[in-house]
Design a protein around this ligand. Structure first.
Ligand SMILES: Cc1cc2nc3c(=O)[nH]c(=O)nc-3n(C[C@H](O)[C@H](O)[C@H](O)COP(=O)(O)OP(=O)(O)OC[C@H]3O[C@@H](n4cnc5c(N)ncnc54)[C@H](O)[C@@H]3O)c2cc1C
Length: 401
């Protein structure tokens, strides 16, 4: 297989194994596949199925439930490799939900639900691809959510609205966050929120769920939806974990997830940089390769250095994060994601500029990478919210919101 541009880091044996296997899987899908998925807005089902066949959707699921029982350092390599293959952030998004939405099930669900769901998730037979937290009236202040779930006998009744819920159209279940105690009645805004597993087929059959796709300009292969719940009845045994503790269950594991998203940003940045470097070496203007000009070389070299630094931090933090908790670990994870998103954006911008007019031609792919790189600065939380976290937790400045 041709050597790809990757910023160097030392890999463990298990990381090398995963990188090589995922790289082989990705090599079966050419650039035209990703390009067409983006152009036509088609979900990369064939790719997701192949990843599932190799067992990688269950990378984090314990072996006793049919998964690979691996951790953050391995998931980071996998997701970087997927993004770097040319699939970009969109393809990483198509896999990411399937991998990460099973984490609360592993950590908090009843034994019977784990035994029922996790082996099927690891096999790719059941998809828990969708996670509904964001709401139109709450935005980044997720604890201001208005969606409510009221206990009624052995069911909960859900009413409210979510926005930007991704992959609902390729999921069997939605992991839904809803208030079981109104904000006015809790001591802390993070309390009184619960996590539910919603069977989407059942919700549609009840006529209690309406959904509308949000037209958007980026990651077109992965759709996002606005959802409305009208007296949706969810069986009480589909409450995941403890009532009122759902927000803490989301926070648990968030650092690990942030690091893996950092890997996705780095992979996308590496893909863009590779394209920029290739074009710089081969495109001739004024009878010489444009890559002879320092104005072309320097932005690419600068982007490489930032990607390298972000990657080093993310990989080192991934080794630490599973053993340690607390604000210091949160800062490492958030910083890794922030720097990786900035470096990714810088690399994609340099790649577009290097391509001149062809930078916006679909056939050269860098315009797609650029659109996706812009998205990495907005999701899953915005860069500003990361800066808030670091200002408060590391610089000890007053909480600004
Ligand atoms: C393609 C896509 C897919 C998504 N998928 C999902 C999903 O599957 N599930 C899900 O739950 N959500 C999902 N989201 C939602 C995403 O997590 C939110 O868009 C993101 O958290 C930002 O919230 P917002 O869009 O409401 O922005 P807002 O909160 O309205 O923020 C708007 C701007 O104000 C800034 N701002 C707000 N408050 C402060 C402050 N205190 N200090 C400084 N700046 C501030 C923000 O940084 C931002 O720049 C997705 C979003 C997109 C675009």
């Amino acid at each position: 297989m041709a050597e790809r541009l990757r910023c160097p880091v030392e890999l463990s044996d298990s990381q090398t194994l995963i990188r090589d296997n995922v790289r082989e899987i990705c090599a079966e899908f050419d650039d035209e596949y990703w390009r067409e998925n983006d152009r036509e807005g088609t979900y990369p089902s064939e790719f997701v199925e192949l990843i599932a066949e190799h067992g990688w959707l269950g990378i984090l699921i314990p072996e006793e439930y049919g998964g690979a029982g691996m951790g953050t350092p391995e998931a980071l390599v996998m997701m970087e490799e997927i993004a770097a293959s040319g699939g970009g952030f969109a393809t990483a998004q198509a896999i990411h939900g399937g991998v990460y939405n099973s984490a609360p099930i592993v950590n908090y669900a009843d034994e019977s639900l784990k035994a029922e769901l996790l082996p099927a998730v690891a096999e790719g037979e059941t998809a828990i691809q969708a996670f509904g937290l964001t709401e139109p009236n709450a935005g980044s202040e997720s604890t201001a959510m208005e969606t409510s779930a009221e206990r009624d006998g052995d069911e909960y009744v859900v009413n409210g609205q979510k926005i930007w819920t991704s992959r609902v159209d390729h999921s069997d279940y939605l992991l839904l966050m809803a208030r079981t105690t109104p904000l006015a009645d809790v001591e802390k805004h993070t309390r009184g929120i619960s996590m539910f597993l919603v069977d989407l087929e059942d919700a549609m059959a009840q006529g209690a769920l309406e959904m509308e796709q949000i037209p958007k300009s980026v990651s077109n292969a992965v759709h996002a939806f606005e959802l409305w719940f009208d007296d949706l009845r969810v069986p009480a045994e589909h409450l995941i974990g403890e009532e009122g503790r759902g927000f803490y269950q989301v926070l648990d594991g968030l650092n690990e997830e942030r690091l893996v998203i950092a890997g996705e940003c780095i992979g996308l940045g590496e893909a863009a940089l590779e394209r920029g470097v290739d074009y710089a070496a081969n495109r001739e203007v004024f009878s010489r390769p444009i890559g002879k000009n320092q104005a072309i070389q320097h932005p690419l070299a600068d982007a490489y250095m930032h990607l390298q630094a972000a990657k080093q931090l993310a990989y080192e933090s991934a080794e630490k994060v599973e053993d340690e908790a607390g604000a210091a670990t949160g800062t490492l994870a958030n910083t890794s994601k922030y720097l990786a998103a900035e470096a990714c954006y810088q690399a994609a911008d340099a790649a577009v500029q290097t391509h001149g007019g062809f930078g916006v031609a679909r056939e050269y792919d860098v315009e797609r990478y650029f659109r996706e790189a812009r998205l990495t600065r907005l999701v899953p939380i915005t860069q500003e919210l990361v800066l808030n976290y670091v200002a408060e937790n590391e610089l000890r400045l007053p909480r600004s919101y």
